[in-house]
Structures are given as structure tokens and as C-alpha cells.
Write a protein that binds this ligand. Structure first.
Ligand code: ATP
Length: 385
């Protein structure tokens, strides 16, 4: 099926006293893979349900390839939807669950009868359906369970059958709501790579809801970051990571977390943090107060007394594969600052060691505090459409 473009235009949705979506606008190009990323409760699933036609917006419009969906029911939108809580037919085998959309679409009532399989035309159609079901089953590695019914499968296995049932339809629009929620870490990695590759091969326009930033970063052409019913930023994974539009987005895109320090701009390119002068290229508004934000990879550990670096004490160490995260207590901060170091350096930085944290002036950000608001916003680059 030809992939479609989606234009979401000023969509609002209220549940009782709660405004779940506050004038959301987003344009998704035909064939694009866009993730909706945000914390729990920010409105991601609500937005997806509106696109699918499972719920109606209070105001605003959703257009698919230029056509308003206002009076188009879910069945006629050409959409395949995989929910967090997928529903399989309990009385059918996994094979029949995956095949069901094709059987319904491609065989008439008579052709679905068991006896009709003898007819050459029906046998041909059945073979074609069988080929597609088995190809999808192989891709999702569910072939061993094709004869099992949903009640005999684990949550992760059921989720993959639900994914298979949606994929086999080759829809023009694919809506996925946390489809990997029940998979273990290894399977999650593998399935997301396979899904991303399959999406590229089929070219199906895809909107993927997740609260897992690494998942969104790994799979998407672009990511729309949502907070509290609004879209803050829409950008490619690389742009979003390097150039977050505000402190919330920077925090959400940082693993394990962003170090945030109260700072004041002294002169262009220099801030005062806890009585120390620290170089920060992004700080370009002399006199402005706000937050300096650094990711663990933007900081390095130096001996105590290094000029321009912040004095601290190593509090604890966490191993993270090839890297080690060193948590450093700085004088002016409630939370420890996290610094990523190579495991070969570990012996130098045992808990209790005095050290300095040097911040990479070119990589950190300065988020000026706006007087009338609590949020700290660095630049206004929220992309509306
Ligand atoms: P999660 O990641 O936890 O699934 P989400 O970002 O998908 O969260 P939504 O499920 O879209 O969030 O919910 C957004 C807000 O709207 C929440 O505060 C939720 O409680 C509320 N909400 C959603 N659906 C309904 C409903 N049918 N009735 C009342 N409130 C609802």
C-alpha cells in the first residue's frame, strides 16, 4: 500500500477537568518513522488513539495524505495499531491470529470454509497468505509457537504475535504504542532493529510511542518530544541530542542523567558556578542567571586544584559496561555530578578521593531562567509542524 503523510493540526483533547492534549501540531512525511517520546501521562497514547480514529479530538484536524479524517472511522483509515495491551483472539492459534487480517481481507465468506481449500483459486490465495505469515513469523522468531494459542504463550511471545498480526497487513500507516514493553532487554534490542529495518524496507509511515529515549534514538527518522500535553521539540535524533530546545528535553535525553548546576553568565562564554569561573561557549547573555547542564560524557575528572575545574569528592562508582560512571559530590549541589570515565582509569578514583570536575566548554548548555516562568529555556526552536 502507498505510504501516507499525516498532518496533525492544532489537536486538543480534554478528559473531564484534565487537558490531555493542548493544541498539538505535527507533520509526518510519507514513509517516515517518527517517535513520540515523553514521560508517562504526557498524552502520547491519547494522541495515537486520535490518529487511529479510536477517539475524537475536541478541536483540530487530522489529515492523512491531505484528506481530513474527521468523518472517517478507524477501519477505513488504513491503519494498523499495536497497543501496549494487545488483544489476540484467544481461541485461535498464533498462526491464525497473524493470518486473520489477510483471511478477512482476501477471502470471501465461501472461500474461508475449510472445504473451499480444494479449489485451485482458493489454494493459491491460501498459499500466498501462508508465505506472508511464515515470513513475518520467521522475522519475529515466533515460528516455534505458531500452533500455540495465546493462553499458552508468555507476555513477550504474545506481544510478538500481535506485532506480526499488524505487520502482515502491510498498512499505509503503522501506529505502535510501546510494543516492546513485555520483551526482555536482549529481545527488545533485536526486535527494535528488525522492526526499523522492516519499516525501511516496506516504507510504511510509522508513528511509534515510547518513554524510552534509547529506543526512540535507535529507530526514528525524527522524534517529537512531549511534555504535559504539548510537543516541545521535533528533530532528528542527532539534532535532539546535540541541541535540545530546553532543560526538560535535555534532561529527558540524557543517560544516566544531566548534571544541572545553578550558574550566572559573567561575560560571553564564561559562567560562575559555585564561586568558580567556568568556560561555557553556549552562555552568551552576560548577566543572565539559569542552569548549566552537562552530560556525563561532557565532564572529565582531574586532580584536585585544577584551574577552571570544580572541586569535589568521589562519592561512588557505578559500572556500565566499557565505561564507569563516577558520582562526584560538588560543594554547591544537592545531587552528585556524574562523570563518565574509561574503566582503565578506575583505580585513580576510589570513593573518598578529592578531585576536580572539568567541564567541556563546547558541549555543555546554558539554560537561562525566564523571570515569569519556572521552566528554563535555552532557545525557542519548538517545531510546530
Ligand atoms: P503512558 O506512557 O503512561 O502510557 P501517556 O503519555 O501515553 O502515558 P496518556 O495515556 O495519553 O499518557 O494519558 C494522558 C493523560 O490523560 C493522563 O493524565 C491520563 O490519566 C489521562 N487520560 C487518558 N485517557 C483518559 C480517559 N479515557 N479518561 C480520563 N483520563 C484519561
Amino acid at each position: 500500500m502507498t505510504p501516507c503523510s499525516i498532518e496533525i493540526d492544532a489537536i486538543c483533547k480534554r478528559f473531564g477537568g484534565h487537558q490531555a492534549l493542548k493544541s498539538i501540531s505535527l507533520a509526518v512525511r510519507a514513509g517516515e518513522f517518527v517517535s513520540i517520546l515523553g514521560p508517562s501521562g504526557c498524552g502520547k497514547s491519547t494522541l495515537l488513539r486520535l490518529i487511529a480514529g479510536l477517539d475524537d479530538p475536541d478541536s483540530g484536524d487530522i489529515r492523512v495524505s491531505g484528506n481530513s479524517m474527521a468523518s472517517v472511522g478507524p477501519r477505513d483509515r488504513g491503519v494498523a495499531f499495536v497497543f501496549q495491551n494487545y488483544a489476540l483472539y484467544p481461541h485461535l492459534s498464533s498462526y491464525d491470529n497473524i493470518a486473520a487480517p489477510l483471511v478477512m481481507r482476501e477471502l470471501n465468506g465461501f472461500e474461508r470454509l475449510p472445504g473451499a481449500r480444494m479449489l485451485p483459486s482458493v489454494a493459491r490465495k491460501r498459499r500466498s497468505i501462508d508465505d506472508r505469515v511464515r515470513a513475518i513469523a520467521q522475522m519475529l522468531q515466533v515460528d516455534p509457537w505458531l500452533t500455540h494459542k495465546p493462553g499458552q504463550l508468555s507476555g513477550g511471545q504474545r506481544q510478538r504475535i500481535a506485532l506480526g498480526r499488524a505487520l502482515v497487513r502491510e498498512p499505509r500507516l503503522f501506529l505502535l504504542d510501546e510494543p516492546f514493553a513485555n520483551l526482555d532487554a536482549a529481545l527488545r534490542h533485536q526486535t527494535r532493529a528488525e522492526l526499523a529495518a522492516l519499516q525501511k524496507r516496506l516504507g510504511t509511515t510509522t508513528i511509534f510511542v515510547t518513554h524510552d529515549q534509547s529506543e526512540a534514538m535507535a529507530m526514528s527518522d525524527r522524534i517529537a518530544v512531549m511534555f504535559d500535553g504539548t510537543i516541545r521539540q521535533v528533530a532528528t535524533p542527532d539534532e535532539l541530542y546535540r541541541n535540545p530546545c530546553d532543560l526538560d528535553v535535555a534532561r529527558f535525553l540524557s543517560q544516566p542523567r544531566l548534571t544541572c548546576m545553578p550558574a550566572k553568565v559573567i561575560v560571553e562564554g564564561w559562567v560562575m558556578i559555585g564561586g568558580e569561573h567556568v568556560a561555557l561557549a553556549d552562555a552568551n547573555m552576560p548577566g543572565a542567571e539559569g542552569i548549566a547542564g552537562f552530560r556525563p560524557e561532557h565532564a572529565t575528572l582531574r586532580p584536585r586544584g585544577t584551574q577552571g575545574a570544580l572541586p569535589g569528592i568521589v562519592e561512588r562508582i557505578e559500572h556500565a559496561g566499557a565505561d564507569v560512571q563516577v558520582f562526584v559530590r560538588l560543594a554547591m549541589m544537592d545531587e552528585p555530578c556524574i562523570v563518565r570515565v574509561g574503566s582503565q582509569e578506575l583505580s585513580r578514583w576510589t570513593p573518598g578521593t578529592s578531585c576536580s570536575v572539568a567541564l567541556d566548554a563546547a558541549s555543555g548548555w546554558f539554560f537561562p531562567r525566564r523571570p515569569a516562568e519556572t521552566a528554563s529555556t535555552r532557545i525557542r526552536t519548538v517545531e510546530a509542524a
